[in-house]
Design a protein around this ligand. Structure first.
Ligand code: CA
Length: 609
């Protein structure tokens, strides 16, 4: 072979080696509040190439590479007049175009900015999508994703998917749910335990075993037709070890501890504790949740911008009504503030809720927008999960009435609402995907179950109910057990809870009860908008009201093992000259001049008029 042929082979092999493996966000929109856009480009030695764009009103303002030449970060600026359309991003070497990548700017939906997030008018249905309904058995196993379906293994994938949820939107709507929160649906290409979804391996793609981006968008559109919003579960704290970044990190500081596994101490108090050593504080935030969940370093501005853009992208693309943010206190504090500010800038009426799993009100309220904090820190998140109330509720209704235990626990936690920026925007719940099923937690006691469901549906805040709670599903504390398949979601299931085939009488009773309660709540202005007014617990009975203009609802929880007679006149300050009360469950009318009997371990809800 001559030298020139060898040179030619060398030259072409160099050309051949350039390609783009990832370019994200995959597209963007006109008319966004921020005029900046960062493109992350990933491909072998992509840093050798110089990007160039020729499109009216869009220009490249900066191009950066971090430690790894396989990445380019292109910063674009768009002026107000940018029109929707397509253009090529040309990647040049020695002024020759080596790669052309077509990019699309879509027109932003009218009023997208002013979308409303979930609110106290809603009831959220939490679904573990792998365990709800298998609408498409063909995608149970997908060749390019490691873990295969095995319904016999409680910890494996069972095949539930987005199609299964779309197929049952009527059921969900009829039950009275108006928001769906799905455990994470982004790709989780992990060898095992991938079904729960908390190990994101791709921020821009729905896991193919659940469906596709287009199907997720369709779910959102179909749900919206029925008045149901979609809340995406988002993990900003960590990724899954199978994320494509882990094979080729953009920079040494992309993952905390330079990509090596060092576990967090899981001490949530570390954020606040004035006595704790700095290294323990840092370990809480920077340590990995578990070995398969590398911890992101959001101090890296390219990463923080990436995460913020991905979050905006999904709201815009899938028309979301909310986010639920996983492992909230584990995330870098400054980044959380920055994230919220950017989301609120693009969507001022959007809502999102953070998970801080502690029974300590001060530690939960610290994060919520509007709360006064000891260090003037603000994370600007509008909503938090009300873990303190969840814990108090479950303890209260299961404990004996004594001066230091019993239903007074609920009163005491609620009296701490002064610490929250907005207690009415907290998400209230009796259980979730990480907790033993509420019916089992309450020892399969139907009265207690009804008390718990009634409480979360009438107290201030936004109720959230875990799938299967409506049919009193049972479980141990084992994660695989408490996330059991919803009966009827799989072809040939002997029991089908969607159509009430094969359910036990207690399950039917639970379902009828909850359906009535939630559908009543939907139209009740006092519950949706009303002020919470309560009395201290007396003799094991907790009385609270919700009041909005002329609408008044009274809730009486009797935690005693015996019936109690209460005198409504004791509450004249709230009831004023109203004369009657109507029981929302049986339509019975009570005269408020007479005592009302509340049976043992039950709750009575009266519309007062
Ligand atoms: Ca499937």
């Amino acid at each position: 072979m001559t030298k020139s042929i060898l040179l030619a082979i060398f030259f072409f092999s160099q050309l051949w080696s350039y390609n783009i493996e990832h370019l994200e966000p995959p597209f963007w929109w006109t008319d966004m509040k921020s005029n900046k856009l960062q493109l992350m480009v990933h491909g072998p030695n992509i840093a050798d190439l110089r990007p160039s764009i020729s499109y009216d009103n869009i220009r490249i303002v900066d191009v950066k590479t971090l430690d790894n030449p396989n990445y380019l970060f292109i910063k674009l600026e768009m002026s107000k007049n940018v029109q929707p359309g397509q253009f090529d991003i040309n990647f040049l070497k020695d002024n020759k175009t080596i790669i052309k990548h077509n990019y699309t700017i879509l027109e932003r939906e009218l009023n997208s900015m002013h979308r409303n997030g979930f609110s106290s008018k809603d009831v959220i249905y939490l679904i573990t999508p792998d365990r709800y309904a298998n609408g498409n058995p063909k995608n149970d196993t997908v060749s390019e994703l490691t873990e295969k379906a095995n319904r016999k293994n409680k910890d494996s994938r069972h095949g539930g998917d987005l199609k299964g949820i779309i197929d049952h939107l009527d059921y969900i709507s009829d039950m009275g749910f108006t928001q769906i929160w799905l455990n994470p649906v982004l790709e989780n290409n992990q060898p095992k335990y991938s079904y729960h979804g908390y190990s994101t391996t791709d921020y821009y793609n729905i896991d193919a075993r659940f469906g596709s981006n287009e199907l997720y968008k369709k779910l959102s559109a179909k749900a919206k037709e029925k008045g149901i919003g979609i809340i995406m579960d988002l993990i900003l704290n960590h990724i899954g070890s199978g994320h494509w970044w882990m094979n080729d990190l953009p920079s040494k500081d992309w993952i905390n501890f330079e990509g090596k596994f060092i576990q967090t101490n899981h001490i949530h108090e570390a954020v606040h504790d004035p006595h704790l050593t700095q290294s323990q504080k840092d370990l809480f935030t920077n340590g990995w949740f578990v070995e398969t969940m590398p911890d992101l370093n959001q101090d890296n501005e390219f990463l923080s911008t990436y995460l913020i853009q991905a979050s905006i992208w999904w709201i815009e693309f899938a028309d979301l009504s909310g986010y639920r943010i996983d492992t909230y206190p584990y995330v870098n504090k400054n980044f959380l503030s920055q994230w919220s500010k950017r989301i609120s800038e693009e969507y001022p009426n959007f809502n999102y809720v953070g998970e801080e799993w502690t029974s300590n009100v001060t530690m939960v309220s610290y994060w919520q927008k509007g709360s006064k904090t000891y260090d003037d820190y603000e994370s600007f998140i509008p909503s938090m999960m009300d873990f303190p109330l969840q814990s108090a509720l479950n303890k209260a209704i299961q404990s004996e009435e004594r001066w230091d235990s019993g239903i007074g626990n609920i009163y005491r936690v609620l009296s701490n609402d002064f610490q929250y920026g907005d207690p009415y925007n907290l998400v209230v719940f009796a259980g979730n995907h990480d907790m033993k099923r509420i019916y089992s937690e309450l020892n399969e006691n139907m009265n207690l179950y009804k008390m718990a469901m009634t409480f979360i549906s009438t107290v201030r805040g936004i109720p959230q109910i875990y799938y299967g709670t409506e049919i009193a599903m049972t479980s141990t504390e084992d994660h695989g057990q408490l996330r059991k398949d919803f009966p009827g979601g799989w072809a040939n299931d002997r029991v089908n809870a969607f159509v009430d085939t094969g359910l036990k009488s207690n399950q039917l009773e639970a379902k009828r009860f909850l359906k009535k309660l939630l559908n009543w709540r939907k139209n009740n202005a006092a519950i949706i908008n009303g002020k919470m007014i309560h009395y201290p617990v007396r003799d094991g009975v907790y009385i609270y009201f919700r009041e909005y203009k002329n609408d008044l609802v009274m809730v009486a929880m009797n935690n005693n093992e015996r019936k109690m007679r209460i005198d409504p006149q004791r509450f004249y300050e709230v009831i004023k000259d109203r004369k009657s009360g109507k029981d929302i469950f049986n339509d019975k009318i009570y005269k408020l001049s007479k005592k009302v009997t509340i049976p043992a371990k039950t709750v009575t809800v009266l519309e007062i008029f």
